[in-house]
Design a protein around this ligand. Structure first.
Ligand code: SD4
Length: 326
């Protein structure tokens, strides 16, 4: 089996694919391709769900999750719930290249980024502020102090106990007991996989997470094996969708593991999704999978069709759609 240089990413994020492909086509590394591809989406605020100005949390703040994995060394760099830094995937790359750690979170991730030379700036925009204002008026309770101090704000929580998992569909009931939102119509996380000319494989993700999450909530995207996974000589996978559910199943690890066992990318992707559907039949999400030799596929659930983009050596960039599991 020969190496087939490939870039594959979730959703119809074309510029991300093109930026990554430029790196691969020029003989660059899979890691650089993943970083530059995800960066394009962060700058473009792909569908409002990647980068700054999207998915405000209960306090109205946008925070970012991102991960990059090097399949040559099985090294990972990730940041989660990172505040006030726009370039999440590049900070993750600095965790990978410059530290012995794998995951740095929250305000401390911001401090790490600043030490690495990144600029601290607000991730709030007029769009994210008005999205939040509307949501808060409908979903958060009047504060006790509002009787006393007219300027006091409504507050979300305290959170009530959740039903048992078999009766509980987080995409409907809300992981916080209020109304966290995933919206497959509005698209999701960028997950991007790259196989370079030397056969090195890398995977990455970048997202602003779930709308109206409890501050501090981290999704699947920066979790190794969950949001993405890669191993040289085998392949890579990445996930998008309801990360609170997906991280319970490590679908990206599972898909790569199935490739190792000789399954096709199609079989691996579908098995990873079916494993989740067994417990969460109304789950919304998708995985993309590629082997190092150019066998790629995707599988999805909770929506009608899932788009993904592939560019392989010798072909043009192509937008694919896969029909989701019923
Ligand atoms: C998450 N999987 O944080 C990510 C983002 C996403 O719809 O796909 N949101 O759960």
């Amino acid at each position: 089996l020969v190496v087939v240089p490939t870039v594959i990413n979730t959703w119809n994020f074309e510029r991300a694919n093109d930026e990554a492909w430029k790196v691969i086509f020029a003989g660059g590394s899979a890691l650089n391709a993943v970083e530059l591809g995800c960066t394009a989406c962060e700058l473009d605020q792909c569908d409002g769900t990647v980068g700054y100005g999207g998915s405000p949390d209960e306090n109205g703040e946008t925070t970012l999750d991102a991960m990059i994995m090097d399949g040559a060394t099985m090294n990972i760099g990730a940041v989660a719930a990172m505040r006030e830094i726009k370039s999440a995937i590049s900070v993750a790359r600095h965790v990978l290249d410059n530290t012995q750690h794998s995951l740095i979170v929250g305000e401390r991730a911001t401090e790490f980024a600043e030490r690495m030379g990144f600029k601290r700036e607000t991730l709030t925009t007029n769009v994210s502020r008005s999205m939040w204002t509307k949501w808060k008026a409908d979903n958060c309770q009047p504060n006790f102090w509002m009787n006393v101090r007219p300027d006091a704000e409504a507050t979300c929580g305290p959170y009530s106990p959740l039903p048992k998992p078999d009766q509980f569909y987080p995409e409907i009931d809300g992981a916080s007991g209020s109304s966290i939102e995933f919206d497959s119509q509005n698209h999701d996380t960028i997950g991007l996989l790259a196989v370079d000319m030397e056969g090195n494989i890398a995977a990455g993700t970048s997202t602003n997470g779930a709308r109206f999450k409890i501050p501090g909530r981290v999704g699947d995207s920066p979790i190794p094996g969950s949001g993405a996974y890669a191993e040289n000589g085998i392949g890579a996978a990445a996930a998008t969708g309801n990360g609170d559910v997906m991280m319970r199943f490590a679908p990206s690890f599972l898909a790569v593991e199935l490739l190792r066992q000789g399954k096709t990318a199609f079989e691996a992707a579908n098995e990873a999704i079916l494993r989740i559907l067994k417990f969460y039949p109304r789950f919304e999400g998708a995985v993309i999978v590629t082997s190092f030799y150019g066998d790629y596929s995707a599988a999805c659930a909770g929506m009608k069709r899932f788009p993904f983009i592939v560019h392989q050596v010798g072909f043009n960039r192509t937008l694919h759609h896969v029909e989701c599991q019923p």
